[in-house]
Design a protein around this ligand. Structure first.
Ligand code: UDP
Length: 238
């Protein structure tokens, strides 16, 4: 059997990916399916760190938060990611995967704080590390947290799970001629104004020469195919 293409990856899951078809919150069947995908790659011996979003519970810039102080709203968004991280770690426990949640903001009665050497130790022990509370700073996103933590733990790649199966030349929902890029360079993505991650996250990955793979979280088996280095999604490279 062929070997995984990566030894250590940073998987970015958006909060919205946990909703399934629900309008908000966590959909049980969806989270179970997602965790089964993570378990499959963890069992291949791949070290997996996850950055989870919070958009399914709270979005700092959402209409509901309008009129609120931006930083306060963003702290609420970060707390939402802690809830998702707890749900994710618990769902992992159900399938026999040991996960550790580490938070970028102090909330020690609930989860342990993010300490880089500890995170590396957990990964080496084969535990899945779930990074919660984004970067710990308002005005950032969990995409940026994914780029940051990915660089910090020397992940070989940031895997950005989305609802579409890659980066397209145009919006595939609007343009029937839109084609998927198998791979594209950072510079080409900028020149073509293709939205891969938010600008801060994208710049950090480019500067650190950290490739990004955009792939579908809804397509069965996609994560494993990405890990095995098969043609799946879009690779954004230096
Ligand atoms: N957030 C923040 N700083 C961070 C990460 C997240 O302030 O480093 C807040 C921000 O309000 C954001 C919310 O948390 O809207 C949820 O994160 P994000 O939108 O990235 O989640 P996703 O879209 O992936 O579900």
């Amino acid at each position: 059997m062929s070997k995984p293409a990566y030894q250590r990856v940073l998987l970015k899951l958006s909060g919205e990916a946990l909703m399934g078809d629900d309008p908000f919150g966590i959909n049980r069947a969806t989270i179970e399916r997602m965790v089964a995908d993570v378990a499959e790659v963890a069992k291949l011996g791949v070290q997996v760190a996850v950055v989870i979003g919070g958009g399914n519970i709270f979005r700092g810039v959402a209409p509901g938060a309008q009129g609120m102080d931006r930083a306060t709203a963003d702290y609420m968004g970060m707390l939402a990611t802690v809830m998702n991280a707890l749900a994710l770690a618990d769902a992992m426990r159900h399938v026999g995967i040991t996960a550790r949640v580490m938070s970028a903001i102090g909330i020690e009665q609930v989860v342990e704080p993010y300490v880089r050497p500890k995170a590396l130790q957990y990964l080496e022990e084969g535990k899945v590390v779930v990074f919660a509370a984004g970067t710990g700073n308002p005005f950032f996103t969990t995409d940026t947290a994914a780029a940051l933590r990915g660089a910090e733990i020397s992940a070989e790649i940031v895997l950005k799970a989305t609802k579409v199966d890659g980066v397209y030349s145009a919006d595939p929902k609007k343009d029937p001629h839109a084609t998927r890029y198998e791979n594209i360079s950072f510079d080409e993505a900028i020149a073509k104004h293709l939205q891969v991650m938010d600008a801060t996250a994208f710049a950090l990955c480019r500067d650190q020469k950290l490739p990004i793979k955009v792939f579908s979280i809804v397509k069965p088996g996609a994560l494993t195919r990405v890990i095995m280095g098969e043609d799946e999604g879009t690779l954004v490279h230096v």
